[in-house]
Design a protein around this ligand. Structure first.
Ligand code: ATP
Ligand code: MG
Ligand code: FE
Length: 353
């Protein structure tokens, strides 16, 4: 039967109901707006908002699916990694409902959900097999993962300071744009010259596929110094935005090239996370994948950023893998929410004996 999925690990409160084949029967999402005034996500505000929003959102989602509670075969929720307050709200709600219905609760690793989202029906039309390279580039994450199977994830490298989205947001703030800054910066960059400023390409050409963005941020700050408190001319801001975006794209392309070389026979290049919405980056990655004879897949933006559909899909993939291995459908009601939850631990679910 269908399952209800819940996402509450950051600042999106979301519910989705998926049929066993992955079809989305209903979906609701609220991007919490209270954080914009603070220029970033405030954990305590997020937790309270999840608590206020979730029960009603779950009810409305069920209503618009045309199903009754009793039709649900399972409940899944992001149980880590993320902001602990929100995780506790979502996981507790999910567990409570599952227990009341006498159905299993499936604890989903939020990063695993991002990783498997490229395999959603309608995203890659079942074209994505294993292994594939996942480039996860969001506000909180920046890493390269070899996705070798359901539950089989190998971290190839990641950021040693800021996440890519975080860098976009911080630079956008320096240029006087709002939060989140990525989309605004991309828009402004269209009016600018990407060669106007010579910015560093941190870690480009280095062995492995780690990332670093803090030096880039500092370089932008240095370029802004001559303007002091004076208003930044629009063309200068646009040129800086374009130059920054170009530098980030150069770095990510280089790191992805290294990551592909670290894998044995990758079958696709996949990007997820809010930064994967960036058009310049998408063009680069499409060309990179093509040069390797691989498809490039990036879920549509609403599935790239945090959502409950990917959480439900991960639960379905896990159930299917368990069945394939002759294991029972998991019931994770004893799994506690965790702010950190390394992907390497996900294989334990399928460990035999
Ligand atoms: P998490 O990291 O926990 O997955 P998050 O909320 O921090 O969650 P997302 O919601 O996936 O991350 O993405 C938001 C980030 O993506 C922000 O940092 C935003 O600036 C960035 N972003 C969104 N659109 C673009 C774009 N067009 N270009 C560059 N960055 C973008
Ligand atoms: Mg978000
Ligand atoms: Fe996320």
């Amino acid at each position: 039967g269908p399952l209800l999925a819940i996402e509450s690990s950051c600042d999106e409160t979301a519910c989705a109901i998926l049929a066993p084949d992955g079809r989305v029967l209903a979906e609701r999402l609220v991007s919490q707006e209270a954080h914009a005034a603070f220029g970033g996500v405030v954990p305590e505000i997020a937790a309270r908002a999840h608590l206020a929003l979730l029960p009603d959102l779950a009810g409305k989602t069920l209503e618009s699916s045309g199903l009754a509670r009793g039709d649900l075969a399972a409940v899944a929720a992001s149980t880590g990694p993320g902001l602990i307050g929100g995780l506790i709200v979502g996981a507790s709600f999910g567990k409570g409902l599952a227990i009341a219905l006498g159905k299993p609760f499936i604890a989903i690793n939020h990063i695993e959900a991002h990783a498997l989202s490229a395999r959603l029906p309608g995203v890659s039309d079942g074209q994505i097999g294993f292994p594939f390279l996942l480039l996860l580039v969001s506000g909180g994450h920046c890493q390269c993962l070899a996705v070798e199977g359901v539950g089989q994830y190998r971290r190839l490298g990641g950021t040693i300071d800021d996440a890519a989205g975080e860098a976009f947001d911080k630079v956008a703030k320096m240029l006087g744009l709002g939060w989140p800054g990525g989309p605004a910066l991309e828009r402004l960059a269209r009016e600018g010259d990407p060669a106007a400023f010579a910015l560093p390409r941190p870690l480009k050409g280095r062995a492995g596929c780690d990332f670093s963005f803090s030096g880039l941020k500092t370089a932008i700050a240095r370029q802004l110094e001559p303007f002091g408190f004076a208003a930044l001319p629009r063309q200068v801001a646009a040129d800086l935005a374009a130059s920054f975006q170009q530098a980030v794209a150069d770095v990510i392309e280089d790191r992805a090239t290294h990551a592909l070389a670290m894998m044995e026979r990758p079958t696709a290049l996949v990007a997820a996370g809010g930064v994967a919405a960036n058009t310049v980056l998408r063009e680069r990655l499409t060309a990179l994948a093509a040069a390797h004879g691989l498809p490039f897949v990036a879920p549509p933006l609403r599935l790239c950023t945090d959502n409950a559909v990917m959480v439900g899909w991960a639960a379905l993939e896990i159930c299917r893998e368990a069945t394939r291995l002759g294991l029972p459908v998991p019931d994770d009601r004893a799994t506690r929410p965790r702010p950190r939850w390394p992907l390497g631990e996900m294989a334990e679910r399928f460990a035999v004996g």
